[in-house]
Design a protein around this ligand. Structure first.
Ligand code: C2E
Ligand code: MG
Ligand code: MG
Ligand code: MG
Length: 288
């Protein structure tokens, strides 16, 4: 019996592996077609300045709908496209699309795009960014590039050249998911970052959790001294929002404040915010 049981387990394990490998292969095949078939879409998740909750920009998040596979999460297909190099072309499309949207939106709003280390190491990333900005007539300061700490660990020298090039253009640089992975304070010193996104794992905790509060407070205060803006990601409750405000965090992002939405919905959100602003200005005028 024990032997049979063992064999079942091994077969179960192997068939799981085979299924995963098959899905991965299917994703690879379908991904290769996706760009040509126009199957990608950018969604936009709003950033709000704290404590006032003013809309200041959006993070562009890649969406892929495939007839056979349905919606596939970037958390699944981005690593696969990094492994086979497709991320370079996909990333170029993301940049182009983000700049196209930026050109349609008011100049006080910015858009952050996620970039993979593979993309940054590819030929002339800085030139690609400069071209996209120029083609759409967008000011460089309205574009941000989000990188993960993992990207910063690999190939630090080359990366530091790329980041210098981006900074010369005027593009802002954000460290994504800060506090997970290979957190190193040396990155903060060496890479002259403009923004730190404090990882969701510190934000979406019980607010009674003093450990997370201490981390948020320490990061915001360190960032302030380094002249870096802090963004709290993954804010899901009012309490978590209040904690970020109390800890002196500059910007909030998360389902409480706004989910990722398509470009049309983002444009409507912008109009609403501008309408509110006008109304506020009129009321201030009237009460004088
Ligand atoms: P990320 O850059 O850290 O993006 C944040 C992720 O958290 C997004 O998932 C977003 O939808 C989700 N999120 C936002 N607020 C909340 C919240 O309050 N609660 C929870 N539970 N989740 C929240 P998404 O869109 O599935 O993206 C996953 C990851 O895929 C991103 O993590 C990023 O690393 C990568 N990714 C997405 N778009 C791109 C892209 O255009 N290029 C590259 N290279 N990577 C991308
Ligand atoms: Mg990001
Ligand atoms: Mg993040
Ligand atoms: Mg993440």
């Amino acid at each position: 019996r024990a032997k049979e049981f063992g064999r079942d387990r091994i077969e179960g394990y192997e068939s799981g592996m085979i299924e995963r490998a098959a899905r991965r292969r299917q994703i690879e095949v379908e991904l290769a077609e996706a760009l040509a078939q126009d199957a990608f879409e950018l969604h936009f998740q709003p950033f709000y300045a704290l404590p006032a909750r003013r809309l200041i920009g959006f993070e562009a998040l890649l969406r892929w709908r495939n007839p056979a596979l349905g919606m596939v999460s970037p958390a699944e297909f981005v690593p696969i496209s990094e492994a086979n190099g497709l991320i370079v072309d996909i990333g170029a499309w993301v940049l182009e699309e983000a700049c196209r949207q930026l050109a349609r939106w008011p100049v006080h709003l910015h858009v952050a795009v996620n970039a993979s280390a593979v993309q940054l190491r590819s030929a002339d990333f800085v030139g690609q960014v400069a071209d996209a900005l120029r083609r759409h007539g967008v000011e460089a300061r309205r574009l941000e590039v989000e990188l993960t700490e993992t990207a910063m660990v690999e190939d630090g020298r080359l990366l530091s050249e790329v980041l210098k090039g981006l900074r010369r253009l005027g593009v802002r640089i954000a460290m994504d998911d800060f506090g997970t992975g290979y957190s190193s304070l040396a990155h903060l010193r060496d890479f002259e970052l403009d923004r730190i996104k404090i990882d969701r794992s510190f934000i979406d905790t019980d607010v009674a959790d003093l450990g997370s509060r201490a981390v948020i407070r320490a990061v915001t205060s360190l960032a302030q001294d380094l002249n870096i803006l802090t963004i709290g990601e993954g804010v899901e409750t009012e309490e978590q929002f209040q904690r970020l405000v109390e800890c002196g965090c500059d910007v909030g992002q998360g389902y409480l404040l706004g989910r990722p939405m398509d470009a049309a919905a983002a444009s409507r959100l912008i109009s609403l915010q501008m309408f509110d602003d006008d109304l506020g200005a009129e009321q201030r005028e009237a009460s004088r």
